[in-house]
Write a protein that binds this ligand. Structure first.
Ligand SMILES: [Mn+2]
Length: 404
């Protein structure tokens, strides 16, 4: 069984307010060509089809039109799309029956019928061009660990996920007595995976140990983590295919889709096919430099070169307050689009933001200026400049005069 594994398209993403339709269209056209060349038996899209739960009409049309075109390139190919945490499960389910007519399966959520979990809708046959079943795909949408439905009323709540996998596997073994190859799709973070490029500051992820998913699959086609990688244990083989186009500046790896060949009993054979992005994401300079050097490098970008730019600047007191405006001005007549600045701040022993600055009693013995100076040094690793000290005192004077 030949699988095309892709995930995390994030269609409709606006990147620092820039529209990315051109890039998404380019990716979908490349995907169409890959399907035509490879003729896979099944294409699995493991979540985060859209960047938002409410994609625009234009974005939904882009998805619909291209999915149909991709299907036309290889009509015998099954397409399976499962919801990620960025997708609206209800929205994907809305057109489920329509897509079924085109040999395309949309799985937005787990459903219950008569208080029983409908496991069968997650176990999907893959057929060859003559209609013979050659394998199965177990398609799981993104589910928060605490949101797994209870298999039965007496399932202990802390075992809800375990019980779900077990019951899903029982059902799978019933429909697959001949042990045909099985692909499992999931959108989750597996313990030990590399999370390069992810910003975890907005709340952590729930990590699940690979061996706790007790489903008899031959290959787990994962989405959610944007850095492509294999994850293996003694008996399990899973892979994140990664984003086809980068979603953040920190995704500096190559971007691709994965072609996987599966035969029962053998380790999956994976090859990647690179996706080119017409508008690359560049961090300039590669290593943090003074703001002057950074602006010089910006000025050296060719007028017609398309790219998104993140400036990489060493923070010190010489950086002008209007640095962003200067960067935008430098790029005025160029195609390159300014996005943001990455600051490299000097490391300090006290730069851990979790640390308490000082106790309340101690604080009462210090002047506002002293507190500000300590805070500034802790956050930026350098002393406040005379200019800033003067301004701070000015503000304190205004407040004091106002109070009296
Ligand atoms: Mn994603």
């Amino acid at each position: 069984m030949k699988i095309l594994h892709t995930s995390d398209w994030h269609l409709g993403q606006e990147f620092y307010s820039y529209d990315r339709t051109e890039e998404h269209t380019s990716f979908l056209n490349q995907l169409k060509q890959i399907v035509a060349d490879e003729n896979p038996d099944v294409m699995v899209v493991s979540g985060d089809i859209y960047h938002n739960a409410t994609p625009s009409n234009t974005t939904m049309k882009l998805f619909t039109d291209h999915l149909i075109q991709i299907q036309d390139e290889c009509p015998s190919m099954k397409i399976i799309v499962a919801a990620g945490n960025h997708d609206s499960s209800a929205r994907l389910e809305m057109t489920r029956n329509l897509w079924k007519k085109f040999n395309i399966e949309m799985i937005g959520r787990i459903e219950k019928e008569d208080n029983e979990i409908n496991f069968d809708r997650h176990i999907i046959n893959v057929n060859d061009s003559e209609g013979n079943t050659i394998g199965f795909v177990v398609a799981m949408p993104h589910v928060f660990p605490q949101s797994f439905p209870l298999v039965s009323e007496d399932t202990p709540r802390e075992q809800r996920q375990q019980a779900f996998w077990q019951e899903l596997n029982n059902r799978l073994n019933q429909v697959n007595p001949d042990k045909l190859p099985v692909v499992m799709m999931a959108h989750m973070a597996i313990t030990g995976c590399k999370i390069d490029g992810h910003d975890e500051s907005r709340g952590g992820m729930d990590y699940i140990p690979i061996d706790s998913i007790t489903v008899d699959y031959d290959y787990m086609a994962l989405g959610h983590i944007h850095c492509p990688q294999d994850i293996k244990s003694e008996s399990k083989f899973a892979r994140y295919c990664g984003t086809p186009i980068p979603v953040s500046f920190d995704e500096i790896n190559d971007h691709s889709v994965s072609i996987v060949e599966l035969a029962s009993g053998a380790e999956p054979k994976v090859k990647t096919i690179k996706i080119d992005n017409p508008i690359p994401l560049r961090t300039i300079p590669k290593n943090a430099a003074s703001y002057k050097d950074a602006l010089n490098e910006l000025a050296a970008i060719g007028d017609d070169e398309q790219m998104y730019v993140r400036l990489n600047i060493k923070f010190d007191d010489s950086v002008p307050r209007l640095i962003r405006e200067q960067a935008i001005e430098t790029l005025k007549d160029k195609q390159a689009r300014f996005c943001t600045i990455k600051w490299e701040r000097p490391e300090t022993a006290t730069s851990n933001s979790q640390q308490v600055l000082f106790a309340t009693e101690e604080m009462l013995t210090k002047s506002p200026l002293e507190i500000a100076e300590l805070h500034y040094k802790r956050v930026n690793g350098i002393e406040m400049s005379q200019d800033m000290t003067d301004k701070f005192n000015e503000v304190i004077n205004i407040i004091n005069n106002h109070e009296s």
